[in-house]
Write a new protein. Structure first.
Length: 748
């Protein structure tokens, strides 16, 4: 019997685009001719719930709540039966919600654009508490088009319904996570196990009905569940539980980001009442071995081989890694395959009107990876001891472009989100050149380190190739702590790099961190002041504060004594083991800074409140900042280094010039001159040179044009010039070349 795989992402991850893990695995399985079908049960459940039928059922459930249970066997309770005025309002307006929901979902799927005019009238959608924030955001709509304003209003409308679901139907509901609390820091399996013994929740019942239909249609022999986050864990177990009870012949395996980081020391046998296998790290070889073990050929093979796999033997959890196969190089893993996923049904939402911040929830992005792992691999808060960070392997730019073209053909979308830990600058440069050579019209963004190799010219090249945004870790905006983190950057350097990106027209998002071991209150406040200055200077467009969490596989978790912290407990749990409780030698309660840091950032992202005192953001006494009010301004004023490396690549992004000859006379002498006319996308411009240098320039621009596969170095250009003429430096820094530098003559 042939093995047939069914691969799912359980609820919930993103609304606007599929989480890519299943597409990566399906792409690999295609290279092995292994049959597979994938599904994103998250979007399926959302579309079932947020539909006319779904809302009719939802409001009926709440009508029945006074009886506290329904004949179907599902139990619903509202704590203490006291319901907020907001939920009462939504319940009273249920006919308006039922009437509008299908049209709104279609609009957010991009299928019903004319509805925007109705939505923006502001008498079409029923409004509850989420719309209270609108007055504060009225100013933002001046910069938003009708479609965007409508998308934002429709998002608030969905969030109102979500608030109602959380209060009246299922407290665990969230658009991008479900029952996340049960998956976070679950050292013991007890709480999750107990939840799984309860009657299914209302959301569970929708999930199970969809899963049942899919299993019956696909008829798989092997069921793979990818669990990227804690917010997918409970649903993953619910899916596995239903399949075990109803189709015990189907084998079930779990993989993904959550087990990779949290379940590396798993020992609770009860987990295997739900799953047959749990695999760690890259999934290709572990899955290939499991497929082989489950096939009819397994008997003749003799011993069963496993790659990084937990399973149950004689009632005990065992970890097997006896496979002789090496993990596949990136060149052999295949192109991610998004077939089976309902790409036209994902919904784009705008929660925050900030143009950079919205990219995580708005628009359909094809997900790809430039490099496996992280080329830096030193940050002390990061899981750098695990393979997904530690094993660094870049993909060649031409292969990346091949995959991009394949995926554009397959999905009809030309937007790409490279989901790297940190994309390598040299590979980004090579990719941008390859995109331009192939004349691809693509839009892309990725995660980076703010390192000095992101020069102004490299940023211009990335922009020309379609890069619209980057996100990167500034973490703690304090040089002492950046050194302790081993980030390899300084605040001053970050400022210059973010300026280079911003001036090239690329948006920048910064990940920020507070509560790092030994961080003082003064450093937290100074960090906030640095962030304020970066936004005020207009060189950061978006950011997000995360509180430091100590993880078992990071240098801080492995060697806490080096960082001035003490682990609260040394005992290893039987289920999830990643987040570690610790005490910091400073004794500071960093939780109290959370609200003020996030509120100030929200305002800075909207371009306001830069003149507030930092004290205004906190309801407790804080010290005055010790950062010079012009620190960032002064860092950006420093002059550029004019030394060009001989091996730097010189590239011309523009087209061929029209050449006109004329003569110039002075004091009885006459010499020939050239006027070169260039046409840029926005404007036309001219430069003038003497005849010889002008003719050389026309020829060299042909050689260094971006469409040529050979890249010329600065030294090669200099040598070419000096075979016939003298003083290259004088020519290179002359007015005509400076003009070309502004219009796409890049030194990379």
């Amino acid at each position: 019997m042939n093995t047939k795989l069914f691969i799912i992402t359980p609820p919930f991850t993103q609304l606007n685009t599929p989480y890519p893990a299943t597409a990566y695995i399906k792409g690999f399985l295609n290279t092995k001719n292994i049959e597979s079908v994938q599904a994103d049960l998250g979007i399926d459940v959302i579309l079932e719930l947020f539909s006319k039928k779904g809302l009719i059922d939802l409001f009926q459930v709440c009508s029945a709540n006074s009886a506290s249970s329904l004949g179907s066997g599902y139990k619903f309770e509202v704590a203490g039966n006291t319901i907020s005025d907001n939920s009462k309002r939504i319940f009273a307006l249920q006919d308006e919600y039922i009437k509008t929901i299908d049209a709104v979902i279609q609009f957010l799927q991009g299928k019903n654009p004319t509805l925007a005019l109705q939505i923006c009238q502001e008498d079409f959608l029923p409004e509850a508490s989420r719309f209270a924030q609108l007055e504060e955001l009225d100013w933002a709509f001046g910069t938003m088009g009708t479609q965007d304003k409508a998308k934002h209003l429709a998002t608030l409308y969905l969030e109102d319904i979500s608030d109602y679901i959380v209060e009246c139907v299922d407290e665990n509901f969230g658009f991008s996570r479900y029952a996340e609390r049960l998956g976070r820091s679950a050292n013991s399996f007890d709480e999750l196990y107990e939840a799984l013994q309860q009657q299914p929740t209302y959301i569970d019942s929708i999930l199970i009905s969809l899963l049942k239909a899919k299993i019956e249609a696909v008829k798989p022999t092997f069921f793979l569940i990818s669990v990227p986050f804690p917010g997918n864990l409970y649903s993953a177990f619910r899916c596995a539980q239903w399949v075990k009870q109803n189709h015990p012949e189907i084998k079930i395996s779990m993989g993904g980001g959550f087990p990779n980081t949290e379940l590396r020391s798993l020992s609770d046998a009860r987990v295997f009442e739900f799953f047959d296998f749990i695999t760690l790290d890259d999934g290709e070889v572990p899955i290939e071995e499991l497929v082989e073990n489950l096939s009819s050929r397994a008997e003749s093979r003799g011993e069963k081989y496993y790659k990084r796999t937990f399973l149950l033997e004689n009632g005990e959890v065992v970890y097997k890694n006896n496979s002789l196969k090496h993990d596949y190089k990136q060149v052999f893993v295949g192109t991610p395959d998004y077939s089976d996923l309902p790409l036209d049904k994902y919904i784009s939402v705008i929660e925050i009107v900030n143009p950079m911040h919205r990219m995580w929830s708005d628009g359909r992005w094809n997900k790809l990876t430039m490099a496996h792992g992280c080329y830096w691999g030193k940050c002390t808060f990061c899981d750098i001891s695990l393979d997904y960070i530690k094993v660094y392997e870049p993909v060649a730019a031409n292969l990346l472009c091949d995959r991009m073209e394949d995926m554009m053909q397959q999905t009809g979308q030309n937007g790409f989100h490279f989901v790297d830990e940190a994309a390598p600058p040299a590979l980004m440069r090579a990719l941008a050149l390859e995109i331009l050579r192939r004349k691809l019209a693509v839009t892309w963004w990725t995660n980076i380190r703010f390192e000095k190799s992101f020069s102004a010219d490299l940023c211009l090249l990335l922009k020309a190739s379609g890069c619209i945004a980057v996100s990167g870790g500034l973490e703690v905006a304090s040089d002492r702590l950046l050194k302790l983190i081993d980030k390899g950057v300084t605040v001053e350097q970050v400022a210059k790099v973010t300026r280079n990106f911003t001036e090239a027209g690329i948006m920048v998002h910064a990940y920020l961190m507070y509560g790092y071991p030994t961080q003082t209150v003064q450093e937290t406040i100074d960090s906030l002041e640095m962030v304020r200055q970066l936004f005020e200077a207009g060189i950061l467009q978006s950011g997000f504060w995360h509180q430091f969490a100590m993880t078992a596989h990071s240098p801080v978790g492995l060697y806490p004594e080096k960082f001035g912290v003490t682990k609260v407990t040394e005992t290893i749990g039987t289920f999830a083991n990643n987040d570690i409780d610790y005490t910091d030698s400073t004794g500071i309660n960093h939780d109290k800074f959370s609200f003020g840091l996030k509120k100030s950032l929200f305002n800075f992202m909207h371009g306001i409140c830069f003149d507030y005192e930092l004290q205004d953001w906190f309801d407790f006494k804080i010290p005055k900042t010790k950062i010079d009010p012009d620190f960032i301004f002064n860092a950006l004023e420093e002059g550029n280094d004019f030394n060009t490396k001989p091996n730097a690549k010189v590239v011309w992004l523009g087209g061929k010039p029209a050449v006109d000859h004329f003569t110039k006379s002075k004091k009885g002498q006459t010499w020939e001159m050239l006027t070169l006319t260039f046409h840029d996308k926005k404007e036309s411009f001219t430069i003038q040179t003497n005849k010889n240098e002008g003719e050389w320039l026309v020829e060299i621009l042909k050689k260094i044009t971006v469409s040529n596969s050979k890249n010329y170095t600065f030294q090669e250009v200099k040598t070419d010039f000096e075979t016939n003429y003298e003083d290259f430096e004088l020519f290179w820094y002359s007015k005509p070349i400076n003009t070309l530098r502004e219009f796409g003559l890049l030194v990379l």
